[in-house]
Write a protein that binds this ligand. Structure first.
Ligand SMILES: [Fe+2]
Ligand SMILES: [Fe+2]
Length: 286
């Protein structure tokens, strides 16, 4: 990891939050009709808010250090006023140091991808009979938070990598590795580890692009890996890349073997059946 990146990670106090989510929360905090469920649903729809909330919930002052692994648990610890304060502190109207309109487009897309990955991870966990599907949702939601730091601190070089991935159909983590000496998955995991999140959650995020290298939280990293793939598949269906090739690549990757090991036979028919089901469930959860 290069020195500037190390410094950006150690300087990070919280992920900056886009103004629309902050406004929504402040309106809610001032409303008399506030419900616990509303607070949870705001946190569930924004990876930056979710990661910041998890930091506070897992801080030693709250007495549950390293043990809070879902948004519901975190919301029970924080009240709406504390949450509103936390969000206000991290809300920013100047996300990038220079005007980067394409940066905002990127962030909104990244947010949509993250929420959908969380929804898909939850469905997969339920299908597998996991009792704590809420942790899988959270892992899916915050799996790419490393992007938030890379885009904010290094937009000039990072945006170059993003356009390279779409024009040359390259994987972004390989480009990140040569540009920064670390991938967004490693960056995100480093931050969340430093903030005291449960080790299983951190592991699931660190290995979401290579779960076969994970020897501690492989079920979680595999589900996030697969959910990430499906989420791209569902959001980018109209994108001009060769979808069949992407699916074929996935089916022939070591990740597919792990998905099968944890209970999903990936025959082409099953694959289509599963994505139809996910689209239906994710759609009804909106
Ligand atoms: Fe990723
Ligand atoms: Fe992702």
């Amino acid at each position: 990891m290069n020195e500037q990146l190390e410094k950006a990670i150690s300087d990070l106090v919280s992920f900056p939050i886009l103004p629309d989510a902050a406004l929504e929360l402040i309106e809610l905090a001032n409303s008399s009709a506030f419900m616990f469920r509303d607070m949870v649903s705001i946190i569930e729809r924004d990876p930056a808010i979710a990661a910041n909330v998890m930091k506070v919930a897992n801080s030693p002052e709250n007495g549950r250090a390293g043990a809070v692994s879902s948004i519901n648990q975190a919301s029970e610890i924080l009240n709406i006023k504390e949450l509103a304060e936390l969000v206000m502190k991290s809300a920013t109207s100047s996300y990038f140091s220079t005007g980067a309109d394409d940066g905002y487009v990127y962030l909104i897309r990244m947010r949509d991808h993250s929420v959908l990955t969380g929804q898909v991870a939850r469905v997969l966990a339920e299908e597998m009979g996991q009792s704590d599907s809420a942790m899988f949702y959270l892992a899916g939601l915050i799996h790419d938070v490393g992007f938030l730091l890379l885009s904010r601190s290094f937009w000039g070089s990072f945006s170059g990598l993003v356009s390279q991935t779409s024009s040359e159909d390259k994987d972004i983590w390989e480009l990140e590795k040569s540009e920064f000496g670390a991938t967004h998955a490693e960056v995100g995991a480093r931050i969340l580890e430093k903030w005291g999140l449960p080790p299983a959650l951190v592991g699931g995020i660190r290995f979401h692009h290579n779960p076969w290298e994970d020897d501690k939280s492989q079920e979680l990293s595999t589900i996030v890996h697969f959910a990430n793939f499906l989420s791209h598949y569902m959001l980018d269906k109209s994108a001009p890349f060769d979808l069949k090739k992407k699916i074929d690549n996935f089916l022939h990757s070591p990740g597919a073997d792990l998905v099968e090991k944890f209970g999903f036979p990936l025959t082409p028919e099953n694959f289509v059946k599963l994505t139809d089901k996910l689209e239906e469930k994710a759609g009804s959860a909106k």
